[in-house]
Design a protein around this ligand. Sequence first.
Ligand SMILES: C[S@@+](CC[C@H](N)C(=O)[O-])C[C@H]1O[C@@H](n2cnc3c(N)ncnc32)[C@H](O)[C@@H]1O
Length: 242
Amino acid sequence: MSHTELNTAAEKKFLLEVGCGVGNFIFPLLEAGGDKSVFIYACDFSKRAVQFVKDHPSYDSSSCKVFQADITNDISEFVPMDCINVATMIFVLSAIHPDKMVQALINVFKVLKPGGFLLFRDYGLYDHAMLRFEPGHKLSENFYVRQDGTRAFYFSIEKLQEIAESAGFKVVEIHYVKRETVNRKESICVPRIFVQAKFSKPLSPPEIHLPERPVIQEKDQANSACLEAKRCNGNANDRIDS
Ligand SMILES: C[S@@+](CC[C@H](N)C(=O)[O-])C[C@H]1O[C@@H](n2cnc3c(N)ncnc32)[C@H](O)[C@@H]1O
């Protein structure tokens, strides 16, 4: 955090977008019109996505800082601990190996202010895309690999709640969202199931339950996240309409 950011930290609100991709969430906020009391941090695993955001005409370093990071690692070198009012994770956790999901949420938890919120949306159990996987694409329970090598986890409410609570969060709201999206290539309307949640960081210190040592190899995780960035950044319009 720079001096200027720190000096005005008392009045400012801080937002963190984890897995920002090409900035579909942050640019509408920045373009909506200069609420200078909000400072946006955004990170993504993909260097390409981060560079895309930095090069965007609406990117303004006085109200936004984007950085490359893997959220399964500590991000406190980029974002001070206990500083963020609201964090968002939109279709990001599903790309992370299940063994690392709790750690990813712990890393978000650490930078949130006590009383701060994490807003979450991701793929829900029995989503159309999950039911379309051919045999051989299943890696583990509710976890699949796509044709292009990217991976996707499909969350039940119960599983997501368990992961969030293991990271120390309190569940404020959690539910499935049903939508229809148009697949223009195949000219069909497909039913989608997402899971949406609001988690809070309690005001008093939490008990954190670390998962057992991950079995995934670091290189696999890196390759997969990289492919995921390429996939979703190439198909930004192919997902939701809500
Ligand atoms: C499906 S895209 C969603 C992008 C954006 N949130 C949106 O809704 O348009 C998933 C994004 O998560 C990023 N990602 C995947 N694994 C990550 C990780 N371990 N740390 C940070 N970002 C990650 C990918 O690079 C990709 O840009």
